[in-house]
Design a protein around this ligand. Structure first.
Ligand code: PSU
Ligand code: MN
Length: 306
């Protein structure tokens, strides 16, 4: 059913109609996750990486009060340049932005919503949101987790940053029946580093096996998505000990400055980048490209099994 508020790029629509593979990409990472101009360069490189696997990229955002699956380069450039001035749009923000004809950069949660409306089943990002440290008192749990519980889109990520409570994030995903699959790893990766000390539910070593798992999950009518955890490439990971230090410092600063709610993740990301002298940004770019590659391969394999 076409939706009047959804605009698919012609290339994306054509691919979906022909049952060719498409990979959704988010835009909060562009506007709020990385500085200009690296954010725009990376977003375009991510699209190119998806194409190299034979899949079509669909970067998602809210533009002029419409949900978009597939952006023009000029739209990516605009989101990247405006950065934090663009609204960070999660599930709860969509009705306001659409009814007011505004723009928004979509998080994992809202990108999953757009992907599902468009008919896209695979999505690549950097890291998913999760249960924040101290959530027992702040109740700060990303809407990404509820979206994974209810919307049938698989998200390829490098795990989650240890700005989050990774143990509670994994418990939450278990409660809501979201499979966490490690690609060639038994350990849930901690974004900048390959190891976190927490295990994944299952390890699978090929895109084909992951595609089969997703196919059967949806074939038996199980709601929701899946987390595909793809560790940052060995050569680009940062020292876990150093990162623990940096993250602790950034968290303390956030606390001192009373930064809360949707502002906390962008604040921590930019402080971590400053504190690591930019090496966290390089790792971030490499892991996103690595996720785009795997997501493309899974999307290609999924079209073959379904
Ligand atoms: N984690 C990252 N980088 C990011 C985000 C999370 O390492 O850019 C972004 C994603 O768009 C994610 C969102 O969906 O932050 C989660 O925000 P919140 O915790 O406010 O739901
Ligand atoms: Mn939050």
């Amino acid at each position: 059913m076409p939706n009047a508020l959804l605009l698919c790029a012609p290339e994306v629509r054509a691919a979906l109609e022909d049952h060719r593979p498409v990979v959704a990409l988010e835009s909060t990472i562009i506007a709020h996750g990385m500085p200009f101009p690296k954010n725009v360069e990376t977003a375009l490189l991510v699209e190119k990486t998806v194409r190299s696997t034979g899949a079509i990229p669909a970067t998602c955002a809210v533009v002029g009060g419409k949900l978009k699956a597939g952006l023009m380069a000029a739209e990516i450039e605009l989101l990247g340049k405006e950065g934090a001035a663009v609204a960070k749009a999660s599930r709860r923000d969509l009705p306001f932005l659409l009814s007011q004809g505004k723009n928004g950069a979509t998080t994992v949660a809202s990108t999953m919503i757009i992907a599902h409306l468009a008919g896209i089943r695979i999505f690549a990002t950097g890291g998913i949101g999760g249960v924040h440290r101290g959530a027992a008192t702040t109740m700060d749990i990303s809407a990404d987790l509820q979206e994974l519980a209810q919307t049938p889109v698989a998200v390829v990520s490098a795990g989650a940053k240890s700005i989050l409570d990774l143990g509670l994030t994994l418990e939450y995903l278990e409660t809501f029946g979201v499979p966490v699959i490690g690609y060639r790893t038994e350990e849930f990766p901690a974004f900048y580093s390959r190891k976190s000390g927490f295990g994944v539910d299952y390890r699978l070593d090929s895109a084909e096996e992951i595609a089969r798992l997703l196919h059967v999950k949806w074939q038996i009518g199980l709601r929701g998505g899946a987390v595909i955890a793809n560790p940052v490439p060995e050569a680009h990971q940062l020292d876990a000990g150093v990162m623990q230090h940096v993250i602790a410092e950034a968290l303390q600063e956030a606390d001192r400055n009373d930064i809360r709610g949707k502002a906390i993740t962008p604040f921590l990301l930019s402080r971590i980048e400053q504190l690591t002298g930019g090496s966290s940004l390089e790792a971030n770019i490499r892991l996103v490209l690595n996720n785009a590659q795997l997501a493309g391969e899974i999307a290609v394999a999924l079209e073959k099994v379904s």
